[in-house]
Every structure is written in structure tokens, then in C-alpha cells.
Design a protein around this ligand. Structure first.
Ligand code: KG4
Ligand code: ZN
Length: 336
């Protein structure tokens, strides 16, 4: 089954064609990062306008690179939320219109759920059950994926997402947008044990990063005020170590508690080198298998949406054309 995936939830216009949910035939991404970089973050109005400009071209390229035409595909999947409403609407409307014109089944995909499927692309043999940590700019979710289309969301952030903390701290330090890769890079030159930042005491498998974000920003502010010499590399490394330890500890605990000895991470923050190395280390200590998508499938892309769409369509799940863009929507547990 060939599925066209479309993703426009934030600042990437992306279209992909994926075969049987696992084999990527094309994955075209037009990134707007260079445009938003100058503003220090994503400007929603500019983002939606750029999606309108690029969507036809990006979908066209996805077909060209796959060597296919629209008449050869079996279904269309598009992100309907969460994300920026104007941006979501572009990809969603395009997908619905194409599906209607070509009489192809259409399925709307939750962006957070889509991120999980990056793992099924990178590891063609991987199957649930699986513990999944989705960490991106807008979301932090700890999930027990019991089967395809059957999962329990056991933890989420009470405030900021992990990636948001990276982005806001990086912005304060003058490192630009997006902050995650910038912090990851300079943290390699810093002493991660130089500063001790607070770890919020949050119930169960939930997270909270807002206090940590404020603590780091206030700390830097006071160092600047006192004109004390310090290295931002040390701040970045100490902050990153703290975030990583929180994420890894809760995920490992869930794996041990459920006795599901397979952990997968997904989302933009899954590209973080410190997060990856810590997971590899801790998983090896506990005899847990660790899975992480290739870098290009960690951040937003349409291949993961096409893959998720395939598993839905295969189960007979299709969406109505009434399905609208939903900017704020969390992932809720689902039973098959
Ligand atoms: O998944 P994504 O592309 O978009 C959302 O769904 O939010 O994730 C983007 C987030 C940003 O916060 C970005 O700073 C973060 O992922 N990110 C990273 C790294 N690469 C991207 N965070 C930490 N380390 C990285 N190497
Ligand atoms: Zn995302």
C-alpha cells in the first residue's frame, strides 16, 4: 500500500510517499528555519503563508522523487493537530482536496502519534509492545504502545515541553532558534557538573520543565548582573544533563515497572546526542533494547505521518472531510 503523507503543523512543509508503512520512497522537506531564525522563533502568520506557497511544489517533488504519479497511490494521510492552526489548515485542506478529487481514502493523523512511527521506519522489524518517549518542541509524552492503534498515555508535561525549555534557554543565551541543536553543540565543550539545577518533584510519570527553565535563566541573569565570569558552555551542559536525566529516569522506570523491555524515543529532542548516549548506557545496564529514529525522522517530516496513516488505513480507519485543524490537542489513550 502506498500512502502520501502531508505535514505542515509548524515550520516545515513536508510530503512523503511511504510503502507499507515502513519503506520511504520519498520524503521532501521544505524548512522555513532560515526565515524564522531572524525573529528568534516561529512567526505563525509567516509560517502559514510559506506553506501555501510551497505545498504544491513539495507534494509534486515527493511524487517525482518516488518516480510515481498520484494515480498510483492508495491513500492520503495529513496532520490535523496539534500545531499552528493556519499552518495545519494548509496541509490538511490540500490532503482533503486531493483525496476528494482522486477518490482516495483520507486519514487525519495526530502529530504526536505520528512522531512515534519514525521508529517503525528506521527499524523495519520493530513491533509493539513498546515504551515510547515523545519529546519535541511542543510535547513531552510517555506512552505504553501496546499495539498499533492501542496505547496508553501515562505521562505528559505539566507545563513546558522539553524542547521548549531548550529553545527558551537558548534564546536567552543568544544562541538563536531552534535552540536544541545549538545547546547540544556547545554543551559538548562545557562541564556538565559545573552547576546543579533543580529537578521538579512531579507525580508519577508526568514531567515539568518550567521551573528548570526559569532556574537556568535566573541563574544566568544573576551571573550577568554580578558581572561574574562564566562559560555558557557550562550552563548549556549542566542544563542538558538535568533534562536528560529526568527523561531517561522516568522512561527506564516505566519499562521496568511494565516489564516491556523495549524503549523508543521520538520527536525533535530525540536528536539530542546526550539523550541518545544516556539512553544507550542506561538501557544496556537494565537489559532493555533501545530504539531511536534516524536524525532526519526525529524532527518534523511527512514520512512519519504517512507511516502512521498506513497503519490506520490498514485497520480500516478513515477520516471524514469534516475533520478540522485542531491547534491544541493532546494524545489520549486509545483502545483498539
Ligand atoms: O519534533 P519537532 O521538529 O517539532 C515539534 O513537534 O515540536 O521538534 C522541534 C524541537 C525544538 O524544540 C528543537 O529545539 C528540538 O526539537 N531539537 C533538539 C535537538 N534538535 C531539535 N533538542 C535538543 N537537542 C537537539 N539536538
Ligand atoms: Zn513534531
Amino acid at each position: 500500500m502506498l500512502v502520501l503523507g502531508i505535514e505542515t503543523s509548524c515550520d516545515e512543509t513536508s510530503a512523503a510517499i511511504v510503502e507499507d508503512g515502513r519503506k520511504v520512497l520519498s520524503n521532501v522537506i521544505y524548512s522555513q528555519i532560515d526565515i524564522h531564525h531572524q525573529f528568534g522563533g516561529v512567526v505563525p502568520e509567516i509560517a502559514s503563508r510559506k506553506h501555501v506557497e510551497k505545498i504544491s511544489y513539495v507534494v509534486d517533488m515527493a511524487f517525482k522523487q518516488a518516480g510515481l504519479t498520484v494515480d498510483t497511490i492508495d491513500g492520503i494521510a495529513a496532520t490535523y493537530g496539534p500545531g499552528l492552526v493556519g499552518s495545519l489548515l494548509v496541509g490538511l485542506s490540500f490532503a482533503k482536496a486531493l483525496s476528494y478529487a482522486k477518490k482516495l481514502p483520507f486519514v487525519a493523523v495526530n502529530h504526536i502519534e505520528g512522531h512515534i512511527y519514525a521508529n517503525f521506519i528506521t527499524y523495519p522489524q520493530l513491533t509493539p509492545p513498546l515504551i515510547v518517549l515523545v519529546v519535541s518542541g511542543g510535547h513531552t509524552n510517555l506512552i505504553i504502545l501496546k499495539d498499533f492503534e492501542e496505547y496508553e498515555v501515562v505521562g505528559k508535561t505539566r507545563d513546558d515541553a522539553a524542547g521548549e525549555a531548550f529553545d527558551k534557554i537558548a534564546r536567552y543565551l543568544g544562541l538563536g532558534y531552534p535552540g536544541g541543536p545549538a545547546i547540544d553543540k556547545i554543551a559538548k565543550l562545557g562541564d556538565e557538573d559545573k552547576y546543579k539545577y533543580p529537578i521538579a518533584d512531579v507525580d508519577g510519570y508526568n514531567f515539568s520543565f518550567s521551573g528548570l527553565k526559569s532556574a537556568v535563566i535566573n541563574h544566568v541573569h544573576s551571573l550577568w548582573q554580578k558581572k561574574e565570569e562564566f562559560k555558557i558552555e557550562d550552563v548549556a551542559a549542566s542544563f542538558q544533563k538535568t533534562v536528560v536525566s529526568i527523561l531517561v529516569e522516568k522512561t527506564i522506570n516505566l519499562s521496568l515497572e511494565t516489564n516491556i523491555k523495549k524503549i523508543a524515543v521520538a520527536g525533535g529532542v530525540a536528536a539530542n546526542s546526550r539523550l541518545r548516549s544516556e539512553f544507550y548506557k542506561k538501557c544496556a545496564e537494565h537489559n532493555i533494547e533501545f530504539f531511536v529514529p534516524e536524525f532526519k525522522y526525529c524532527t518534523d517530516n511527512a514520512a512519519m505521518i504517512a507511516s502512521c496513516g498506513y497503519f490506520k488505513l490498514q485497520k480500516g480507519i478513515v477520516s471524514s472531510y469534516r475533520e478540522n485543524a485542531v491547534p491544541y490537542i493532546s494524545l489520549v489513550s486509545k483502545k483498539s
